[in-house]
Design a protein around this ligand. Sequence first.
Ligand SMILES: Cc1cc2nc3c(=O)[nH]c(=O)nc-3n(C[C@H](O)[C@H](O)[C@H](O)COP(=O)(O)OP(=O)(O)OC[C@H]3O[C@@H](n4cnc5c(N)ncnc54)[C@H](O)[C@@H]3O)c2cc1C
Length: 504
Amino acid sequence: MSKVKSYDVVVVGAGNAALCAAISACEEGAEVLVLEKGPEHKKGGNSFFTDGAIRVAYHDFADIRKVVTDLSDEEADSIVMPDYNEEDYYDDIMRVTEGKSQPELARQLVDRSFETLVWMKGHGVKFELNYDNQSYEKDGKRHFWGGLPVKTENKGIGLMKQLFSRAGELGIDIWYEAAAVELVKEGGKISGVVVQKGEERINVESSGVILACGSFEADKKLRKKHIGEEWEAAIVRGTEYNTGDGITMAVAAGAEKFGEYSGCHSIGTDYHAPKVGDFKKPGDIFKKHSYPLSIMLNKDGKRFVDEGADFRNYTYAKYGREILKQPGHVAYQIYDSQVRPLLRKEYDLEEATCYKGETLEELVNQLSVNKEQFLQTIEEYNAAVQDGEYNPTEKDGKKTAGLTPEKTNWALKVEKGPFYAFPVTCGITFSFGGLRVNPSGEVLKTDDEPLSGLFAAGEMVGGIFYHNYPGGSGLMSGAVYGKTAGSSAARYALGNKRDSTIIH
Ligand SMILES: Cc1cc2nc3c(=O)[nH]c(=O)nc-3n(C[C@H](O)[C@H](O)[C@H](O)COP(=O)(O)OP(=O)(O)OC[C@H]3O[C@@H](n4cnc5c(N)ncnc54)[C@H](O)[C@@H]3O)c2cc1C
């Protein structure tokens, strides 16, 4: 070991959860070091790649205006925004996780969400309304839906820029290309971290260590081991550095693994998206989230999910897995010219892979699929579409009858050319397995007791998300648990320091 350094609190990782933890620890008076495995030009973790959507509980539009402050009264008057209180948020988590989310952890996330957003704003994070994806226009008013009206200004890029800037103002040290490789434990307590910084091994002494270094989604072998054989083939939507290091180190030090190790958040992403997140192309531009308005067919020319089961907020995080199960891990979202103008912005980007044909035959001839079956499936689908009013702004109940699987909302015949096919594959966002923490952010051991001196936040917290998650909860969870772990670790470390000063 070439060097020894000392800090009150060390935070491992430099994403949203980590920087919220670092700022919060600093507020408590701690001297803080942040360790980031990647180089400076690849900083910000998965948080940098996000769309910035952040799910918060609020009681009325006045609450939202406390964080989105640059709305004129005129603009505010044109907005209709249903309330989304703590119970709504909690119920959504429980619904999409099929009741498996740990109540204590989910409660903490939900109950602390609004105050944490206000706190982030106080530290310079700017928020705006999520007009593009979460609202529609009706009778001259802008109607919000889905409990997700807030996003960070300029997506994850803006969020991370503002958090790094605040960390800089507060004098928080950040080391890049500095991977935590081992936790140091003395007398049953965590007392520091071993860091690989370039060629150097540095022992950083610290009585409060916060792990906020993601889960294992970027590690092929761990994906295969925990989630399943086919997950080796998934595209990694975000940073290449979240390879499970935090979990491995913590478990070696006695922490309990917790949460759904076989589960992950994944989506349908452009078939030609980069294999791992490209830091030069952030902003979540490869997703393809208008599929509830599509029919999705695999290479065999068969449908395989109810595309219209619910709004995308509640199905997108689990349909990636379904796409991965298809032959060649590919599916084609099919639209006709009636629906094409309704698609989200990402479909118009130059990065979007798209095939177009004036007729369905012309379209299908460009795809490497079972052409006969493809056309037959569309014909059968068209024949099964029931009458009803088509309305993409609500669950319209316009469905098919007699198909397996049915399409239960937004079923419109695919009949007016030109026709479009967007190929998608599975992109993993993050894995759900992590560590067990209590609501103070302390990491727990297998005997249920805290592993003294060790805290965790963000993706590292297991037990909140199972099967699926309500969109926008990842950033909120990182912020809530980051802030909590930061203050808990600082109080713990500063308490230890005072005690040792008294003793000596
Ligand atoms: C394309 C995309 C879009 C998304 N959109 C949204 C959205 O709109 N809303 C939402 O809520 N969520 C979204 N998510 C999910 C969200 O990104 C995560 O839930 C959240 O950002 C995780 O934050 P984190 O701080 O835990 O991890 P990260 O932001 O990934 O940070 C972890 C950091 O730890 C570092 N690290 C790893 N190992 C080590 C080590 N050994 N030593 C030092 N550092 C290490 C990594 O380099 C990384 O910088 C999206 C994710 C992706 C990929």
